[in-house]
Write a protein that binds this ligand. Structure first.
Ligand SMILES: *Cc1c(COP(=O)(O)O)cnc(C)c1O
Length: 354
């Protein structure tokens, strides 16, 4: 490690993003992006006039964007904060609610970024094991005194927790913040957004990266009581006041306003997911019940690492995690039918050889 690093920087645990290879044309099913282009309305909104205003700072309050999001969810703008992707929002939240003597708890198998942020802020994290079947038991969190982070649906399993379970957690301790990361909720899980006015300790984090075809636009947001949102703004204005750029404010607002296109894309993904699950099961895979735009599957013939490598040699990228409990699995993004057909054809070729 470099002699220039601070003591704090030495303790970091940087997140490893899914591969973004430049060397070949891959069928890219490894980072849960949408296979569809952004909304046509968004393309129209990104006018030349707006580009020319890039000499001026963006609106630090993200007014246009927060108003569009608030309208969509029937909330007030004071219940919304937007960020440069939801990863940034999660960082604001963790910094706002956790610190010395205020720890954080999350599942042993979940989004890897929680661990990276825990290290960044020097926090104590309690990792609570999922059940054997990868479902999450909220009773395991009831007595935890710090902040709780739950990805719902969870990544990389795709499995969801019922809203009533989260409600029990919120009620068990009104002085504890529960962060529900709903990055994948639009693909078929129960959102906690309708409970925001009832529980001032609930923070729901969402993103436009997965269900609104805007991963490259980097737009994420949190919804919660005005008190929680003010706490996040306190951190934001200590870190990066102009955190969402001009073009992304426009793109995000247009994406959330095009309800018809959003629904069309989500329902196409749900249909493709059902098809992919059937094809995998017909080839001897065990597939976890997914409410997300990916499936987590293990073969009865080939281990996860080998499958990942052989698919890559065949021009198809999926995600494999070399970690306890999930080493046998690969995570496959639900892409377009063209992409999924290529995947299934490759599987047939490669399973013939084992
Ligand atoms: C993809 C993802 C995010 C972050 O998405 P952004 O692109 O930063 O908005 C957050 N949480 C989970 C569980 C994710 O999978």
């Amino acid at each position: 490690m470099s002699r220039f690093l601070s003591k704090e920087a030495m303790k970091l645990a940087p997140y490893t993003p899914g591969e973004q290879p430049k060397d070949a044309q891959y069928v890219k099913l490894n980072t849960n992006e949408s296979p569809f282009p952004p909304s046509p309305k968004l393309m129209k909104a990104m006018t030349r006039a707006e580009e020319l205003k890039l000499n001026l700072y963006s609106d630090p309050t993200c007014g246009r964007l927060n108003e569009a999001i608030a309208r969509h969810y029937e909330l007030k703008p004071e219940n919304v904060i937007s960020g440069n992707g939801s990863d940034e929002i999660l960082a604001f939240a963790v910094r706002a609610f956790c610190g010395e003597g205020k720890g954080v708890a999350y599942a042993d198998i979940t989004y890897g970024f929680y661990q990276a942020q825990t290290a960044l802020f020097g926090l104590e994290a309690k990792r609570i094991p999922l059940r054997e079947d990868f479902s999450l038991n909220v009773d395991d969190y009831m007595d935890f005194p710090g902040t709780i982070v739950i990805a719902n649906p969870n990544a990389p399993t795709g499995m969801a927790v019922p809203r009533a379970d989260i409600q029990r957690l919120l009620e068990a301790d009104p002085d504890r913040v529960v962060i529900v990361d709903e990055a994948y909720v639009d693909f078929g899980a129960e959102s906690c957004v309708p409970m925001i006015y009832r529980y001032d300790n609930l923070l729901v984090v969402q993103t436009m990266s997965k269900s609104r075809q805007l991963a490259g636009g980097r737009v994420g947001y949190a919804l919660g009581s005005a008190e929680l949102i003010a706490a996040l703004n306190r951190v934001k204005y200590s870190f990066n006041p102009y955190n969402v750029n001009r073009l992304s404010i426009i793109a995000g607002a247009a994406a959330v306003e095009d309800e018809a296109y959003f629904r069309q894309c989500c329902s196409a993904i749900a249909g493709n997911r059902a098809w992919l699950t059937g094809e995998l099961e017909a080839r001897g895979f065990a597939v976890l019940p997914s409410c997300a735009n990916f499936v987590f599957a293990k073969s009865d013939k080939i281990d996860g690492g080998a499958l990942y490598r052989q698919l890559k040699e065949n021009g198809i990228l999926v995600r494999w995690f070399d970690a306890d409990r999930i080493r046998d699995y690969v995570r496959i993004t639900v892409g377009s039918m063209e992409q999924l057909t290529e995947l299934v054809d490759a599987l047939d070729r490669l399973l013939e050889e084992v």
